[in-house]
Design a protein around this ligand. Structure first.
Ligand code: FE2
Length: 261
């Protein structure tokens, strides 16, 4: 919180607590310094803090520890800091290479493909003659989740000044019956394979960020995707294990009921 300027007092400087590099001044309201935060205020002697009609500023002209003075208006003259004029070019883009941009668009496609397959599974299990409503619910939510992942990548692409380009999505299967496994286990195994494939693609995306020296993009992939992905794999692997236990008959109905809750 900024300190409030009040009535005039003499100008003098104060040493901050040991380890602080900021020089703290008390000045008149006509001074041209900047206000400081509350934490800096606490470094002042209590008698000074109790004084009314004082204001607190940080010196903008103090010496630096290294002796090197930051010269922003010289440094921003470098070509890399010039703000582009073309309306077709992102103003925000910085150190974001084409390969990273293309890889994000590919991952958007992977997420949309998973979403499309899960949506097909939802439609299958929701049929009146299949009527496994728990599985329908699970795959509908999974489909929505994958679409959210695609959208998160789209937003990130825009944050970095890239352009979202959507690619074609393959038509998913519409039938999931399997003579030996039954439909529930067959679909769940397919989901597990898809999640593992998605994880592999995410790891490739992370590698592209690393190879192109883009720690921010690598951090985005790690923090927003990788943990959630391995958790999804674990959950679906457990469902596959449970469906293998119950077989194709009545047990599937109980499994389905469990997914409804
Ligand atoms: Fe995903």
């Amino acid at each position: 919180m900024a300190a409030t300027f009040l009535s005039p007092v003499p100008v003098f400087s104060l040493a901050a607590k040991q380890g602080d590099t900021a020089r703290v001044l008390i000045t008149s309201p006509t001074g041209n310094g900047h206000s400081i935060s509350c934490s800096s205020v606490s470094a002042l002697p209590s008698a000074s803090r109790k004084k009314r009609n004082t204001s607190l500023v940080v010196s903008a002209t103090g010496e630096t520890l290294t002796g090197v003075v930051f010269q922003p208006f010289e440094e921003v003259k470098k070509e890399v800091f010039v703000v582009p004029n073309s309306p077709q070019v992102s103003l925000a883009r910085q150190y974001f290479v084409d390969e990273c941009e293309a890889s994000i668009n590919e991952q958007i496609n992977v997420e949309y493909t998973a979403s499309y397959v899960y949506h097909a599974m939802f439609a299958y299990f929701d049929r009146d003659n299949i009527a496994l409503k728990g599985l329908a619910k699970f795959f509908k939510e999974s489909s929505e989740e994958e679409r959210e992942h695609a959208e998160k990548l789209m937003e990130y692409q825009n944050i970095r000044g890239g352009k979202v380009v959507l690619h074609s999505i393959l038509t998913p299967p519409s039938e999931f019956e399997h003579v030996e496994k039954g439909d529930a286990l067959y679909a769940m195994e397919l989901a597990l394979s898809l999640e593992k494939l998605t994880n592999e693609k995410l790891l490739s995306l992370h590698k592209v960020a690393d190879e192109n020296n883009d720690p921010q993009m690598a951090d985005f992939v790690e923090s927003e995707f990788l943990t959630e992905q391995v958790e999804s794999i674990k959950k679906i692997a457990e469902y596959v294990a449970q469906l293998r236990m119950v077989g194709k008959g009545h047990g599937v109905w109980h499994f389905d009921q469990m997914l409804l809750n």
